[in-house]
Write a protein that binds this ligand. Structure first.
Ligand SMILES: [Zn+2]
Ligand SMILES: [Zn+2]
Ligand SMILES: [Zn+2]
Length: 106
């Protein structure tokens, strides 16, 4: 198929700086319509900066002023060899604070 510049269907392309950030529950819709613009939905591949020390978002561990939290039980100790139950810093028991199940980590 030769490419023609006068196709009948109009493809809406948004510039990268017009990307919008929306949160969806899984599964992601293929596209979303806002006004009369169609946006294609892609998972956000940019990781949110997360502190590996206190497990909070928005800063890295070298800028951390908080207390270190266990990555398994959220306790105030090093997570090496932690045998306690998974306990999320944000949600409570059921998963560890770095779990993919955690709604705070989406
Ligand atoms: Zn921190
Ligand atoms: Zn622990
Ligand atoms: Zn959680």
């Amino acid at each position: 198929m030769p490419y023609t510049s006068q196709t009948k269907t109009r493809h809406i392309q948004t510039a990268p700086n017009q990307a919008i950030h929306l949160k969806f529950r899984e599964p992601l819709p293929e596209r979303v319509t806002i006004g009369n613009l169609v946006y294609h939905v892609r998972p956000n591949t940019l990781p949110v900066m997360r502190c590996t020390r206190c497990l909070l978002f928005g800063h890295g561990n070298i800028f951390c002023n908080g207390c270190a939290h266990c990555r398994k039980c959220s306790g105030f100790h090093d997570n090496d060899g932690c045998i306690r139950e998974d306990h999320c810093l944000f949600c409570g028991p059921g998963h560890c604070p770095t779990s993919k199940q955690c709604p705070a980590c989406l």
